[in-house]
Each structure stands twice: as structure tokens, then as C-alpha cells.
Design a protein around this ligand. Structure first.
Ligand SMILES: NC(=O)c1ccc[n+]([C@@H]2O[C@H](COP(=O)([O-])OP(=O)(O)OC[C@H]3O[C@@H](n4cnc5c(N)ncnc54)[C@H](OP(=O)(O)O)[C@@H]3O)[C@@H](O)[C@H]2O)c1
Length: 250
């Protein structure tokens, strides 16, 4: 284990997510110090206590709501130490039918949780890292952002926006010592998939996704599909002619 002084400080935004919990454990095993941020601070305090006991690392918990964009700068400023890595994990699949109907409320919630809130807080982190001249920003997008499907195109549109945002951020910050990693997961076995008909064969555990993300961050990869085969599945899906694609029931 690294000494506390040398170990990286990682901020997990949306730390109560299935993937967030898996990443927290993996980073704790590596001896990193952690800031867990999310809406449910009681749950995060329990996770933090468990991580401290099991791995002997320093863990702090902070309240964070992606929708409260006017508070993001203050949220980031209150952190006792600037994080070396920031992972933007929070996301909301939402109810596509409701969002597509005449209720902008649900569509707005989906766009806010997956894009507006993410851009807001990542802007703050990016500017701070740029000023320091180092850091790593990891954004969790989705294969849903690679092509719009009737089943989840509002969530997909938000993730497409987030993927494009991360690409631009990487283009800007690669000259400033800050690395930006875009993570594009397929199906992961978490709360988000509850009630969804996801094929078991293509669904991976959040622990395996966390390992892929760790490897990609360590190698300073730009884009990480998890599991790896989604890179090829999405290559095929993106290349289906629109005339054919629009007739498919996806
Ligand atoms: N699971 C999949 O198959 C899959 C596939 C592709 C991409 N992804 C993406 O991977 C990431 C992690 O997904 P997951 O499946 O691990 O998620 P999850 O277990 O379903 O948890 C979602 C997380 O997002 C948080 N969240 C939602 N709205 C928020 C808001 N306004 N402010 C702060 N936090 C908010 C939730 O916080 P609360 O606990 O407070 O509700 C929860 O921690 C997400 O970005 C997701 O879109 C997931």
C-alpha cells in the first residue's frame, strides 16, 4: 500500500451507483484516498466506514446532487484537497415513454442527470486541474449514446452529448497535462438494469467494468468500451444504413 501522503485522491461523483461501489473497492485496494459524493450520504457513510476498516484508507463523504448546478463550484471548493482523479458516474435511465410524452419533466430529469449536471461539475473540475497542470477526468457515458434507438433515445441523446463533451475536453486538456478518459459501458448488472430485458451473455458485473476502467486509466487510454466487445458491436450498429435501421425494433 502507498503511504497516505503519496496516494492519489479520487473523487467519485455518484458513488452510490453499482459501478461507483465497485470502483471505490478497487481504488481502496490500490491504497487511494477517496471522496465519495452523492445524494444519499447515509448510505455513503456506511460504505466509507466499511472501506476504512477493510482497506485502512482515508475516505470522506460529501453531499452532491447533479441537478443543483448552481452549487457545483462551492461543492468542489469545499473539498479539503483537490482530487487527482475525478470520476463522473451518476446517471439516470428514466422512463422513455413518459419522457417522450407530453411531460418535459421526465425528459428534463434525464437530460439533467446525464448531461447538464455532468457538464456543470466536470467544467469546475477541468478548470481546476488545468490550473494545476495535472489530473485525470473519467466520464461514464454509454453505448446508448452511439445511436438513437426508440427504446431510450432521450437517455441516449444525453449520453451522446456527454461523449462529445468529453471528446472536446480531451482535445483541450491533452496539452495541459490533464488526461480525459471516456468510458462507454454496455450492459452492467446494477440497479439501472432492474426491469430491463438485457441479454445475460452481454451483461457484465460492475466489478469487471471497474477493472477495465482502472486498466484504461492506468494506460491513459482515451476511450474504453466495457466489455471490450461493445466496440465491435457498436461499430456494426453505427454502420447499419438509416433506411434499414429505422425499420428495426430496437
Ligand atoms: N448499468 C448499465 O447497464 C449501464 C450501461 C451503460 C452506461 N451506464 C452508466 O454508468 C454509470 C453508472 O451506472 P450504474 O448502473 O452503476 O448506476 P446505478 O447503480 O443505477 O446508480 C445510478 C446512480 O446515479 C445517481 N444519480 C442519479 N441522479 C442523480 C443526481 N441528480 N445527482 C446525483 N446522483 C444521481 C444515483 O444516486 P442515488 O443513489 O442518490 O439515487 C446512483 O448513485 C451511469 O452514468 C450510467 O448511465 C450504465
Amino acid at each position: 500500500m502507498q503511504s497516505k501522503k503519496d496516494s492519489l485522491m479520487v473523487l467519485l461523483l455518484g458513488a452510490s451507483s453499482g459501478l461507483g461501489k465497485a470502483l471505490a473497492k478497487l481504488f481502496a485496494q490500490k491504497g487511494f484516498q477517496l471522496y465519495l459524493a452523492g445524494r444519499n450520504t447515509d448510505e455513503l457513510e456506511r460504505d466509507a466506514a466499511d472501506l476504512r476498516i477493510r482497506f485502512g484508507i482515508e475516505v470522506s463523504v460529501f453531499a452532491f446532487d447533479a441537478a443543483q448546478t448552481d452549487r457545483h463550484a462551492d461543492f468542489y471548493r469545499q473539498l479539503p484537497q483537490p482530487p487527482d482523479w475525478v470520476v463522473c458516474l451518476f446517471g439516470y435511465l428514466g422512463d422513455q415513454q413518459l419522457a417522450a410524452a407530453d411531460h418535459f419533466g421526465e425528459a428534463g430529469k434525464i437530460l439533467t442527470a446525464n448531461l447538464v449536471g455532468a457538464v456543470s461539475v466536470m467544467n469546475v473540475a477541468a478548470n481546476q486541474m488545468e490550473a494545476r497542470g495535472h489530473g485525470c477526468l473519467i466520464g461514464i457515458s454509454s453505448v446508448a449514446g452511439e445511436r438513437g434507438r426508440q427504446k431510450n433515445y432521450i437517455y441516449g441523446a444525453a449520453k451522446a452529448g456527454f461523449t462529445t463533451y468529453l471528446s472536446g475536453l480531451r482535445n483541450r486538456l491533452s496539452k495541459k497535462g490533464v488526461h480525459v478518459l471516456t468510458v462507454i459501458p454496455g450492459f452492467m448488472d446494477t440497479k439501472m438494469l432492474e426491469g430491463q430485458a438485457a441479454p445475460k451473455l452481454l451483461t457484465i458485473s460492475p466489478e469487471n467494468a471497474a477493472k477495465d476502467i482502472w486498466q484504461a486509466a492506468r494506460r491513459k487510454s482515451n476511450i474504453c468500451y466495457t466489455a471490450w466487445y461493445w466496440r465491435w458491436i457498436m461499430l456494426i450498429i453505427r454502420n447499419i444504413p438509416e433506411g434499414v435501421f429505422k425499420k428495426m425494433n430496437l
